[in-house]
Design a protein around this ligand. Structure first.
Ligand code: NAD
Length: 508
């Protein structure tokens, strides 16, 4: 992603009325950046800056990595798992107490409707509690051998983790990384997206108040390329990068991080097929399909953006999509009545409008929305109408590329085989959904879809214990579930002779 509109600013009078976050969190202390600066965070519902935020430079990343290393080799690394669990549980309880305030901050920073942020952020403490329960369960296995040896594995935490998060779900992405990293016994330097740094600094306050040893979690906002993100990726003292964001950025990170041979996990984009068979409970299927097409203003990797509809119900589904799009209340994110807020940035607004233009040009049938909204009260913000294209072909750009805007593409199909072929005809493989009344078909189709998570007769059902991650270009590794620990642990095999004898290779 290119540089955001946030720009380095001086702390002059124009910034006086804004929320101020002038320090970053390193080694358990709030410190001024040494070679970073200050950026403004833009409220996307007005287009105006609402907060002034410190960002870190390379010396700040050095300091944060050193603090994380010291904590890893010191108190955190030496703490038994059950004791780490206690600290993480204390944090999870505090998080729950502050979730309502965190949700407001998240909505200010990225424009997501508060009614959505509340549900999302309100659930994170459950994730942290669940990961706390894994802190003392990172044990290995005993491997059956013959009587002469005893072989077993142990699992050791990887070390210092650089956690790099996107702007669409900053607190959720942080939770999905910090939970397993801390459960595994690693320490973390968290770098939130430059567009939405504020909630991660509030998160740091909770780590401080929960009594984490200094340096276990450090928060350094900053830019990606040529900024704190890249400094983490290239830093020889960072053992692993856990990244959520765009595929193009992941490719860049792989190249810049190659020299250090650190470990990587990637949670990347999606272009999920949401398949509606004619034998489905249509009302429920429509609730799910329309609900997930415009969630987070379309800025979700799990969005059911390619709606594959079996021909007998296609007309009805198209009409319902258009009529439900008209009922979505687009408005200011903090207004409790608002269903959908603005796009998170000017750049995202332009990108979405450009894709809508491409859909028109390629011959898809625009049946709802398609425009920026600038009516009274919303002018200046980055609002877009919930948009529906019918008669989309799977080779059109709006069906192939991740738009990250509230744009649903309806694609008709005939029969199971075509549905599966269309669903898999994509470079992505993160999530998928299917609706059918036939239990046999549900299993047949789910088994053949190439995606990390398939929902049957439901959609966007996410839990701490259910692994989440992508096939194909949607990522490497899994977050959540027991699998989430694996990327933060090294497995060591130990083989102990029970006889203590070893033959002389040169005796004969
Ligand atoms: P992005 O790739 O532009 O940025 C993500 C983060 O990477 C930011 O913190 C950014 O500063 C940093 N970054 C950028 N360039 C970097 C570099 N060269 N080196 C190191 N760090 C760098 O992504 P975004 O636009 O913020 O987020 C949207 C994307 O995230 C979408 O593609 C979406 O699908 C994906 N996403 C995926 C999941 C998932 O779980 N699979 C969840 C949320 C978002």
């Amino acid at each position: 992603m290119a540089m955001p509109e946030s720009a380095a600013v001086g702390l002059d009078e124009s910034t006086a009325s804004k929320a101020r976050y002038e320090k970053i969190f390193i080694g358990g202390k709030w410190v001024a950046p040494e070679d970073g600066g200050v950026i403004e965070s833009i409220d996307p519902s007005t287009g105006n800056p609402w907060a002034v935020v410190a960002f870190g430079g390379s010396r700040d990343v050095d300091r944060a990595v050193a603090a994380a290393r010291e904590a890893f080799e010191g108190p955190w690394g030496k703490m038994p798992g059950w004791e780490r669990a206690g600290v993480l549980r204390r944090f999870a309880d505090l998080y729950k107490e502050r979730a309502a305030d965190l949700a407001v901050i998240e909505s200010r920073d990225n424009g997501r409707a508060l009614r959505e942020s509340r549900v999302d952020v309100g659930g994170h403490s459950n994730f942290y509690h669940w990961f706390a329960s894994l802190c003392d369960k990172t044990h290995g296995r005993t491997i059956p051998m013959d009587d002469s040896v005893h072989a077993f594995t142990t699992r050791a935490p990887l070390g210092v983790v650089g956690a790099i998060t996107p702007w669409n779900v900053p607190l959720m992405a942080a939770c999905w990384k910090l939970g397993p990293a801390l459960a595994a016994g690693c320490t973390v330097v968290l770098k939130p997206a430059e567009q939405t740094p504020v909630s991660s600094l509030e998160l740091a306050r909770i780590f401080e108040d929960a009594g984490f040893p200094p340096g276990v979690v450090n928060v350094v906002p900053g830019y990606g390329r040529d900024g704190a993100g890249e400094f983490l990726v290239t830093h020889p003292g960072v053992d692993k990068i856990s990244f959520t964001g765009e595929g193009a950025t992941a490719r860049e990170i792989l190249k810049t991080g190659a020299d250090t041979l650190k470990r990587f996990t990637f949670e990347l984009g999606g272009k999920a097929p949401h398949i509606l068979f004619a034998d489905a409970d249509l009302d429920q299927a429509l609730n799910a399909a329309t609900g997930s097409a415009w969630a987070l203003c379309g800025q979700s990797c799990a969005l059911g953006s390619r709606v594959l509809v079996e021909r007998p119900i296609y007309q009805k589904v198209a009409e319902e999509f258009a009529s439900r799009a008209a009922k979505v209340r687009v408005g200011m994110p903090l207004d409790a009545a608002t269903h959908m807020g603005p796009q998170a940035s000017r750049e995202q607004l332009s990108k979405t409008l450009a894709y809508i233009g491409a859909g028109r040009q390629e011959g898809a049938d625009l049946i709802a929305g398609g425009n920026r909204i600038e009516r009274d009260g919303l002018q200046g913000g980055y609002f877009v109408e919930p948009t529906v294209f019918a008669d989309v072909r799977n080779d059109m750009r709006i069906a192939r590329e991740e738009i990250f805007g509230p744009v649903a593409a309806l694609i008709p199909f005939d029969g199971e085989e075509e549905a599966i072929a269309l669903a898999n005809d994509t470079s992505y493989g993160l999530t998928a959904g299917l609706w059918t009344g036939d239990v046999g078909r549900a299993h047949r189709v789910a088994a053949r879809i190439q995606a990390g998570l398939v929902w049957v007769n439901t959609y966007r059902y996410l839990r701490w214990s259910i692994p989440y991650g992508g096939f194909k270009a949607s990522g490497w590794g899994r977050e959540n579930g027991l699998e989430a620990l694996d990327p933060y642990l090294e497995t060591k095999a130990t083989v102990v002779s029970t006889t203590g004898t070893f033959p002389d290779a040169y005796a004969t």
